[in-house]
Design a protein around this ligand. Structure first.
Ligand code: NIG
Ligand code: FE
Length: 404
């Protein structure tokens, strides 16, 4: 089989083995060997024997090439919206108050339960399409608006089917412990029993890649979180956690004990929590869309995370209540403008570190042997990806070497 050869491009490889910022290679050549990257480097150094096996060089016209973007935290499968609650919040009612009054997640649960599988897919599809249109090739999608076996299954199946339809990788996370459904009002521990019973069933059906919990005053306690994590561990499933978003519950330390892939949100993460994440090798998935949309003022402890070497990923958190957002590029801009992350950190956050937050070792950087998930951009420097607001400079996406 002949290999594809791309030239005339600037490659932001994100490969930490390369000394330049962004792992940047000017005047790069890139060889695609079936579904994988065969070679990437300075064009003049392309080995002649390899060049001989390639088809005619395809000129990228000076485009920037990056790994396919990865959105490692979304709730994009849901029905309805919460625009009326947005109005209430702007009138001064808080997100927590709305949740306590039976709105919030519970209102999306009502609408998601009522939706047919087709309607749920039809409403969710444009959100996944919007992400893909901006160069996203791998997306994590959580359940958590069903909160009973049948409705959680419906959500996870919708997520899997949309991924197949659009030809992108979808990783599904079971978030049964997202909120207390009305039929369990006042009985959170009984609901956790139900969650622990749902998990093996959905796992057996091949619908679960990881397990998440909303550990918070308005979510579940540390003890309840531990019970769900123990059930995940018994099945060999990795865990993630919505932790320290609205308060410091100590969730990150618990998650670290379970070797969590990631802890997400983290505005109230303590220094002990940072240390625990560093020791466990967990990724910090930061969600600037939710920070912005809920008008939070407390920043995640970026310096602490940097000092301890905790990898920082970025995600849209696409959901109807705290981040109705389908632009990962906008998240990069917000992380830089609101939190002073660097554009290089932002790009690593939606590629290399995002891959790790999903436990995927085969993508997130451009190097021989990695999946050939690539995006060509009409840009000449990777900082431009974080700089512009609302632009979409994507030219072309390859997924496993094929034009998407
Ligand atoms: O990540 N915090 C919990 N889950 C979502 C919000 C879900 C919702 O409000 O519908 C989040 O912010
Ligand atoms: Fe979330």
């Amino acid at each position: 089989m002949t290999l594809q050869l791309w030239t005339g491009c600037v490659a932001a490889t994100l490969n930490p083995a390369l000394p330049q910022p962004y792992g940047l290679i000017e005047d790069a050549a890139l060889v695609v060997d079936g579904p994988l990257i065969g070679w990437v480097g300075v064009r003049s150094e392309l080995p002649a024997a390899l060049a001989a096996r390639c088809g005619p060089a395809q000129d990228a016209g000076g485009a920037l090439v990056t790994p396919g973007l990865i959105d490692p935290h979304t709730h994009l499968v849901y029905a309805g919206d919460r625009a009326r609650e947005f109005e209430m919040r702007l009138g001064g009612v808080s997100y927590e108050e709305i949740a306590r009054q039976g709105g919030g997640i519970a209102s999306t649960v009502r609408q998601t339960r009522a939706a047919s599988p087709e309607a749920l897919r039809a409403q969710s599809r444009p959100r996944l399409q919007a992400l893909c249109a901006e160069g996203v090739t791998t997306v994590e999608i959580k359940s958590g608006y069903g909160l009973d076996l049948e409705s959680e299954r419906k959500m996870l199946q919708a997520a899997r089917q949309l991924g197949q339809e659009l030809g992108v990788t979808v990783r599904t996370t079971f978030l049964g412990a997202h909120a207390l459904p009305p039929e369990f009002a006042g009985r959170p521990d009984a609901y956790i029993d139900a969650v622990v019973a749902m998990l093996p069933v959905l796992h057996r059906e091949g619908l679960v890649d990881a397990v998440d919990v909303f550990c918070e005053r308005i979510g579940f306690s540390l003890d309840q979180t531990r019970r769900v994590f123990e059930a995940a561990r018994a099945l060999g499933l990795p865990v993630k956690l919505h932790a320290e978003q609205l308060s410091d519950s100590g969730g990150a330390r618990l998650a670290a004990d379970f070797g969590a892939l990631s802890c997400d949100h983290l505005e109230y993460l303590s220094p002990q929590g940072v240390q625990a994440m560093a020791d466990a090798g967990s990724v910090a998935v930061l969600l600037p869309g939710a920070f912005y949309f809920l008008r939070e003022t407390r920043l995640p402890p970026l310096d602490g995370l940097r000092q301890r070497g905790v990898p920082m990923a970025l995600a849209t958190d696409c959901n109807p209540g705290s981040s109705p957002c389908t632009s990962l590029l906008l998240m990069m801009n917000m992380a830089c403008t609101l939190w002073r992350m660097t554009p290089e950190e932002a790009l690593a956050g939606v590629t290399r570190h995002a891959a790790r937050a999903l436990g995927l070792a085969d993508r997130g950087l451009l190097a021989a042997g990695m999946r050939a998930d690539l995006v060509f951009w009409q840009l000449d420097h990777p900082a431009q990806l974080s700089y512009a607001m609302g632009a979409n400079p994507r030219l072309r996406t390859l997924i496993e070497g094929r034009v998407a």
